[in-house]
Design a protein around this ligand. Structure first.
Ligand code: CA
Length: 220
Protein backbone atom coordinates (compact mmCIF):
# COMPACT_ATOMS: atom_id res chain seq x y z
CA UNK A 1 0.00 0.00 0.00
CA UNK A 2 1.39 3.32 -1.00
CA UNK A 3 0.67 6.26 1.27
CA UNK A 4 1.26 9.97 0.75
CA UNK A 5 2.35 11.75 3.92
CA UNK A 6 1.97 15.52 3.78
CA UNK A 7 3.64 17.04 6.83
CA UNK A 8 6.02 20.01 7.04
CA UNK A 9 7.26 19.16 10.56
CA UNK A 10 10.37 16.99 10.13
CA UNK A 11 10.13 15.44 13.59
CA UNK A 12 6.53 14.31 13.18
CA UNK A 13 7.15 13.21 9.60
CA UNK A 14 10.14 11.03 10.42
CA UNK A 15 8.47 9.20 13.32
CA UNK A 16 5.33 8.65 11.25
CA UNK A 17 7.37 7.48 8.25
CA UNK A 18 9.30 4.99 10.40
CA UNK A 19 6.10 3.57 11.87
CA UNK A 20 4.40 3.34 8.49
CA UNK A 21 7.37 1.63 6.87
CA UNK A 22 7.65 -0.81 9.76
CA UNK A 23 3.98 -1.63 9.15
CA UNK A 24 4.61 -2.48 5.52
CA UNK A 25 3.51 0.73 3.82
CA UNK A 26 5.42 2.49 1.07
CA UNK A 27 5.66 6.18 1.97
CA UNK A 28 6.06 9.28 -0.19
CA UNK A 29 6.45 12.49 1.77
CA UNK A 30 5.70 16.07 0.77
CA UNK A 31 6.24 19.17 2.90
CA UNK A 32 4.51 21.78 0.78
CA UNK A 33 0.79 22.08 -0.02
CA UNK A 34 1.24 22.89 -3.67
CA UNK A 35 3.57 19.94 -4.31
CA UNK A 36 1.31 17.64 -2.28
CA UNK A 37 -1.73 18.64 -4.31
CA UNK A 38 0.13 17.80 -7.53
CA UNK A 39 1.31 14.41 -6.19
CA UNK A 40 -2.17 13.39 -5.08
CA UNK A 41 -3.61 14.47 -8.38
CA UNK A 42 -1.14 12.60 -10.57
CA UNK A 43 0.08 9.54 -8.62
CA UNK A 44 -1.81 6.55 -7.27
CA UNK A 45 -2.16 6.26 -3.47
CA UNK A 46 -4.09 3.91 -1.20
CA UNK A 47 -4.44 6.68 1.39
CA UNK A 48 -3.19 10.15 2.29
CA UNK A 49 -2.20 11.54 5.69
CA UNK A 50 -2.60 15.30 5.49
CA UNK A 51 -1.46 17.97 7.92
CA UNK A 52 -3.63 21.09 7.65
CA UNK A 53 -1.06 23.79 8.43
CA UNK A 54 1.24 23.72 5.42
CA UNK A 55 3.39 26.20 3.50
CA UNK A 56 2.41 26.90 -0.10
CA UNK A 57 -1.25 25.89 0.02
CA UNK A 58 -3.09 25.00 3.25
CA UNK A 59 -4.23 21.43 3.78
CA UNK A 60 -7.97 22.18 3.58
CA UNK A 61 -7.58 23.79 0.17
CA UNK A 62 -5.45 20.86 -1.01
CA UNK A 63 -8.15 18.43 0.12
CA UNK A 64 -11.01 20.41 -1.45
CA UNK A 65 -9.17 20.58 -4.76
CA UNK A 66 -8.51 16.83 -4.77
CA UNK A 67 -12.17 16.09 -4.09
CA UNK A 68 -13.29 18.59 -6.75
CA UNK A 69 -11.03 16.79 -9.20
CA UNK A 70 -12.69 13.49 -8.27
CA UNK A 71 -9.81 11.99 -6.25
CA UNK A 72 -11.43 9.42 -4.00
CA UNK A 73 -8.51 8.07 -1.93
CA UNK A 74 -9.18 8.09 1.84
CA UNK A 75 -7.66 11.04 3.71
CA UNK A 76 -6.68 11.14 7.37
CA UNK A 77 -6.32 14.76 8.46
CA UNK A 78 -3.93 15.90 11.21
CA UNK A 79 -5.34 18.85 13.16
CA UNK A 80 -4.31 21.05 16.08
CA UNK A 81 -5.69 19.75 19.37
CA UNK A 82 -8.89 21.41 20.53
CA UNK A 83 -9.51 23.10 17.22
CA UNK A 84 -12.98 21.71 16.65
CA UNK A 85 -13.87 23.98 13.73
CA UNK A 86 -10.77 22.76 11.87
CA UNK A 87 -12.02 19.21 12.33
CA UNK A 88 -15.51 20.09 11.13
CA UNK A 89 -14.09 21.91 8.11
CA UNK A 90 -11.80 18.97 7.39
CA UNK A 91 -14.65 16.48 7.41
CA UNK A 92 -16.83 18.79 5.32
CA UNK A 93 -13.98 19.12 2.83
CA UNK A 94 -13.91 15.35 2.36
CA UNK A 95 -11.63 13.94 5.08
CA UNK A 96 -12.41 10.37 6.16
CA UNK A 97 -11.05 10.78 9.67
CA UNK A 98 -8.95 13.18 11.71
CA UNK A 99 -6.35 12.91 14.42
CA UNK A 100 -5.52 15.80 16.78
CA UNK A 101 -1.84 16.54 17.43
CA UNK A 102 0.11 15.42 19.35
CA UNK A 103 -0.81 11.78 18.83
CA UNK A 104 0.61 8.32 19.42
CA UNK A 105 1.73 6.67 16.17
CA UNK A 106 -0.17 3.54 17.22
CA UNK A 107 -3.40 5.53 17.06
CA UNK A 108 -2.49 6.91 13.66
CA UNK A 109 -1.81 3.37 12.38
CA UNK A 110 -5.11 2.09 13.77
CA UNK A 111 -7.09 4.95 12.20
CA UNK A 112 -5.30 4.43 8.91
CA UNK A 113 -6.13 0.70 8.94
CA UNK A 114 -9.76 1.56 9.69
CA UNK A 115 -10.16 3.99 6.78
CA UNK A 116 -8.40 1.53 4.45
CA UNK A 117 -10.78 -1.21 5.55
CA UNK A 118 -13.74 1.02 4.87
CA UNK A 119 -12.57 1.92 1.38
CA UNK A 120 -11.72 -1.64 0.39
CA UNK A 121 -15.03 -2.85 1.87
CA UNK A 122 -13.12 -5.04 4.36
CA UNK A 123 -14.62 -4.56 7.80
CA UNK A 124 -12.63 -7.35 9.43
CA UNK A 125 -8.86 -7.04 10.11
CA UNK A 126 -8.64 -10.76 9.24
CA UNK A 127 -9.02 -11.55 5.55
CA UNK A 128 -9.15 -15.17 4.42
CA UNK A 129 -9.19 -16.75 0.99
CA UNK A 130 -8.98 -20.52 0.95
CA UNK A 131 -6.14 -21.68 3.20
CA UNK A 132 -4.62 -18.19 3.30
CA UNK A 133 -5.31 -15.68 6.08
CA UNK A 134 -3.97 -12.16 6.45
CA UNK A 135 -4.05 -10.37 9.80
CA UNK A 136 -3.67 -6.66 9.02
CA UNK A 137 -3.16 -5.73 12.69
CA UNK A 138 -0.34 -8.15 13.34
CA UNK A 139 0.93 -8.08 9.76
CA UNK A 140 0.93 -11.85 9.71
CA UNK A 141 0.15 -14.26 6.94
CA UNK A 142 -0.82 -17.83 7.71
CA UNK A 143 -1.52 -20.81 5.49
CA UNK A 144 -3.72 -23.47 7.11
CA UNK A 145 -3.09 -21.70 10.41
CA UNK A 146 0.69 -21.89 10.12
CA UNK A 147 2.67 -18.62 9.93
CA UNK A 148 4.53 -17.87 6.68
CA UNK A 149 7.62 -15.72 7.04
CA UNK A 150 7.50 -13.00 4.43
CA UNK A 151 9.88 -10.12 3.76
CA UNK A 152 8.19 -6.68 3.90
CA UNK A 153 7.86 -6.44 0.12
CA UNK A 154 6.37 -9.94 -0.04
CA UNK A 155 3.91 -9.10 2.73
CA UNK A 156 2.82 -5.96 0.87
CA UNK A 157 2.11 -7.99 -2.24
CA UNK A 158 -0.04 -10.57 -0.43
CA UNK A 159 -1.78 -7.87 1.56
CA UNK A 160 -2.59 -5.75 -1.50
CA UNK A 161 -3.90 -8.67 -3.56
CA UNK A 162 -6.00 -9.99 -0.66
CA UNK A 163 -7.48 -6.59 0.08
CA UNK A 164 -8.47 -6.37 -3.56
CA UNK A 165 -9.47 -10.03 -3.92
CA UNK A 166 -11.74 -10.73 -6.87
CA UNK A 167 -10.26 -7.99 -9.03
CA UNK A 168 -7.35 -8.17 -11.48
CA UNK A 169 -4.50 -5.95 -10.24
CA UNK A 170 -2.24 -4.74 -13.03
CA UNK A 171 1.57 -4.88 -12.97
CA UNK A 172 1.66 -1.08 -13.06
CA UNK A 173 -0.65 -0.76 -10.08
CA UNK A 174 1.44 -3.25 -8.11
CA UNK A 175 4.65 -1.42 -9.01
CA UNK A 176 3.11 1.83 -7.78
CA UNK A 177 1.79 0.31 -4.58
CA UNK A 178 4.83 -1.78 -3.67
CA UNK A 179 7.78 0.43 -4.50
CA UNK A 180 8.54 4.03 -3.53
CA UNK A 181 9.03 6.49 -6.36
CA UNK A 182 12.82 6.61 -6.10
CA UNK A 183 13.16 2.82 -6.30
CA UNK A 184 14.91 1.55 -9.43
CA UNK A 185 12.03 -0.39 -10.93
CA UNK A 186 13.26 -3.30 -12.93
CA UNK A 187 10.77 -4.37 -15.53
CA UNK A 188 10.39 -7.88 -14.12
CA UNK A 189 10.59 -6.96 -10.40
CA UNK A 190 6.92 -7.73 -9.76
CA UNK A 191 7.09 -11.03 -11.65
CA UNK A 192 10.10 -12.15 -9.63
CA UNK A 193 8.38 -11.10 -6.41
CA UNK A 194 5.19 -13.00 -7.26
CA UNK A 195 7.25 -16.10 -8.04
CA UNK A 196 8.99 -15.92 -4.67
CA UNK A 197 5.74 -15.39 -2.79
CA UNK A 198 4.02 -18.32 -4.54
CA UNK A 199 6.88 -20.56 -3.48
CA UNK A 200 6.70 -19.38 0.15
CA UNK A 201 2.92 -19.74 0.39
CA UNK A 202 3.03 -23.21 -1.13
CA UNK A 203 -0.61 -22.88 -2.22
CA UNK A 204 -1.75 -21.85 -5.65
CA UNK A 205 -3.83 -18.76 -4.96
CA UNK A 206 -2.22 -15.99 -6.98
CA UNK A 207 -3.36 -16.38 -10.56
CA UNK A 208 -1.62 -14.77 -13.50
CA UNK A 209 -3.84 -13.18 -16.13
CA UNK A 210 -1.42 -12.91 -19.01
CA UNK A 211 -1.18 -9.38 -20.35
CA UNK A 212 -3.38 -8.01 -17.54
CA UNK A 213 -1.94 -8.76 -14.14
CA UNK A 214 -2.64 -10.87 -11.07
CA UNK A 215 -5.69 -11.87 -9.10
CA UNK A 216 -6.61 -13.68 -5.93
CA UNK A 217 -10.18 -14.88 -6.30
CA UNK A 218 -12.72 -13.87 -3.69
CA UNK A 219 -13.89 -16.79 -1.52
CA UNK A 220 -17.27 -18.11 -2.63
CA1 CA B 1 2.22 21.92 9.89
Amino acid sequence: MRVLLVEDDDGVASSVTLALEASGYVVDRETDGEAAWFKGDTESYSAVILDLGLPGMDGLTVLKRWREAGQAFPVLVLTARGNWNERVEGIDAGADDYLPKPFQVEELLARLRAILRRTTGQTNPLISVGALTLDTRQMRVTVNGLPVHLAPQEYRLVSYLLQHAGRVVTQLELTEQLYSQNFERESNAVEVLVGRVRKKLGVDLIETRRGFGYIIEKPV
